[in-house]
Design a protein around this ligand. Sequence first.
Ligand SMILES: Cc1ncc(COP(=O)(O)O)c(C=O)c1O
Length: 443
Amino acid sequence: MAAETPETQPTAPKVISNDPWFGMYADRAEVMRASEIRALFAVASRPEVVSLAGGMPYLEKMPFDRLSELLAKMLREKGDVAWQYGSAQGDDHLREQVLEITALEGITDAQPDDVVITNGSQSGLDLITRIMCNPGDVVLAEAPNYVGALGVFQSFQVDVENVPLDADGLIPEAFEEAIIAQKKLGKKVKFLYTVPNFHNPAGVTLSVERRPKILDIARRHHVLIVEDNPYGLLGFDGQTYPALRSMDANQVVYLSSFSKIIAPGMRVAWMIAPPAIRHKLVLANESAILCPSNMSQMTISTYLDNFDWKKQINEYRGMYRERCDAMDEALHEYLPYCSWNKPKGGFYIWLKIPEGLDARAMLPRATTARVAYVSGTAFYANGEGTHHMRLSFCYPTPERIKEGIRRLAGVMDEEKATTELFGTVGRPDPDPRDVEHPGPASL
Ligand SMILES: Cc1ncc(COP(=O)(O)O)c(C=O)c1O
């Protein structure tokens, strides 16, 4: 047999990578990408930078002295429990306490057994996707969408299909059209992922009139709703909205968290789910982490048992309202040619910048000018969002917010001048993910 000449031998495709394990990863790891926000924190957490980027609650007013005394007592008395393994479903006492919180949004029929404690809602999103979705299944989600949820869906190789929002939140007709369109394509729509209150990043709230319509559509098409509600108690005027879960216990898996209403460091959150789904969530929690940390859960319980948490949440609301007002005023003063909806609660303003400007491309110029924001592109799976940015008002003081917006206006002016001179073509496309040492991961 004639020897093959070098020309006819099949050659392996040449891939250049410094990673010795390249080619060995699971498909789901190959598609994982660093979030634009996390990478940005290396820059945004420098003290000279006004960060309008992260979703970190402002904790300086927390009563840490008194809390540390109470925690010392808790450890003296129950250290053997706090330092021990616990239940995969979560601590009994904490599961009762979370029901007092969710009752504020009309969930009055849930029992402690319906609750699963998770390592932050981020872990809850992972669990529900893990038990519901196969690669290629469809999740419907608002566009723009919480970046951390996008990361989870991507890691499970789920197709995220956008459902548009307007000032009243998710549009019911668009939700139904999306379900029908996906069914026609032969796709399985596993759930709708929605953040109904003070949306991250869009700032909008699903109107009370739309809520039963969304539920009705979900029931008719047998689509589960995953209601992610970390900001629901942070309405600036103390207003709350009826949770979707309060209107239908079978159609909704509800998630909420202590991260924004108390503090994120303990990584304690919860889900409320119908029995069959709850059973699978507990199994999934067990296989992922064995059990949520007793120490963290008991720390949160100690706080809830000993402090007036409703008063504290009220103080947070007042503080965030002041900051939102400061941002809104500064935007009117410095960036009147942009557009935005002033939110009624939560942490974020979703700013539309003029056509021709590209929020992602402008970011290096912004960080050089010592202001950081998150480009709208982080909140879409499909590259949209270049004409938007998310501005967070939760962490900086009103004075810093004003200064940050003033700096941002300077950046936009320079950027407009450059764009007019050179156009957008030929400008290098900087990637904020190139930052090497990300800071805290508040999304
Ligand atoms: C909409 C939304 N869901 C979930 C999370 C994750 O929260 P947790 O800190 O409980 O993991 C966040 C955090 O920013 C969020 O904004």
